[in-house]
Design a protein around this ligand. Structure first.
Ligand code: ES4
Ligand code: ZN
Length: 325
């Protein structure tokens, strides 16, 4: 397969944290523009800090970096840069996470974040013909009441938000902690996603299914430790949004050559490939495809199945889905 086969293949991005697309160059520029100090002297200094040992070591740097995002224009510029890169990577539909609490806890109003993102989404539509949906992700290291306050703060814009997610520090923060706010989110017509089985045990994936009734599992890698869970996920055609370069960067998979993506497909799981936090983990979606496909010697059919699964797992209506398949 030619290298740009992976960029040309039409695909949906379903697992992308917009704050995780903040490239060091833009972080540095925004720290100057907004006079927000960051603990780095240069762009190279920022990049050099990106050596992670686990999820928490990444999250500490990711939240620190997000502090440079202050104005509607900043959120616009961040997302517009991401959409340009995604379009070049063959993304025709994106459902992106944003973490409102990371910003509201610093005194940035929800409306500033959302108006910036909405403006960039309109640009992605007009410039690239890309369709984009937003997923509001609750931070699981905070308590459920804080998630409820976030849902209330987003109330005026819920008709332009497709769903909610659950991210941040997984271990010790099981899905059960958020059962009520997920039920309330579903009652408002929102789709439900949950990071589970990235670092946490298979039991957290079961909780996401049984207690949150999620529509998608983000990551889900550790389901492979539990054959009965694998069988259930396969039988119910549950989408798993897998992020190969993230898995290696956060040491959940030793080397890309050891990635289980083909094992997941062979087990009948609806796995898809995505980029998570591409500014931090070394590549956007096409690079995730290329890296894992070459390392695992995936067939062309397997790569096409991954892309097809991204549309099957997307929150598209039947007409839009039919257009993409
Ligand atoms: C995340 Cl890789 C990952 N895992 C959990 N939460 C996150 N937030 C941003 N990236
Ligand atoms: Zn993620």
């Amino acid at each position: 397969m030619t290298p740009d086969f992976y960029s040309r293949l039409p695909k949906a991005e379903l697992h992308l944290h917009i704050e995780g697309s903040l490239e060091p160059e833009l972080m540095f520029a925004l720290s100057r523009r907004n006079r927000i100090a960051i603990p780095f002297a240069s762009v190279d200094d920022i990049r050099a800090a990106y050596r992670f040992t686990d999820l928490q070591s990444f999250l500490d740097i990711y939240y620190a970096g997000a502090a440079v995002l202050q104005t509607e224009e900043d959120f616009h510029d961040l997302a517009a840069a991401y959409f340009d890169r995604a379009a070049a990577d063959g993304v025709v539909h994106a459902e992106i996470f944003f973490d409102p609490q990371t910003h509201t806890h610093r005194g940035i109003p929800m409306g500033v974040v959302l108006d910036g993102l909405f403006a960039a989404i309109e640009g992605a539509r007009s410039r690239h013909g890309m369709t984009v949906e937003l997923i509001l992700s609750y931070l699981r290291h905070l308590d459920e009441e804080d998630a409820f306050a976030t849902l209330r703060a987003a109330e005026p814009w819920l008709d332009r938000i497709v769903g909610v997610g659950l991210d941040s520090s997984e271990r010790g923060n099981p899905p059960a902690k958020f059962a009520r706010v997920f039920a309330a989110s579903r009652e408002r017509g929102l789709k439900l996603c949950c990071h589970a089985g990235e670092e946490g045990p298979p039991a957290y994936i079961r909780e996401a299914l049984d207690l949150l009734a999620v529509d998608r599992i983000d990551h889900g890698n550790r389901a492979l430790e539990d054959p009965a869970l694998v069988a259930r996920l396969a039988r119910t055609a549950m989408t798993l949004t897998v992020c190969p370069l993230s898995n290696v960067a956060l040491r959940n998979v030793d080397r890309i050559e050891d990635h289980p993506i083909d094992r997941m497909l062979d087990l009948g799981l609806r796995a898809t490939v995505h980029s998570d936090d591409p500014a931090y983990f070394g590549g956007y979606i096409a690079e995730n495809y290329r890296a894992v496909a070459e390392a695992r010697r995936l067939s062309r059919d397997a790569v096409v199945t991954l892309a097809r699964n991204s549309f099957l797992g997307a929150f598209l209506d039947d007409a839009a889905l039919a257009d993409h398949l």
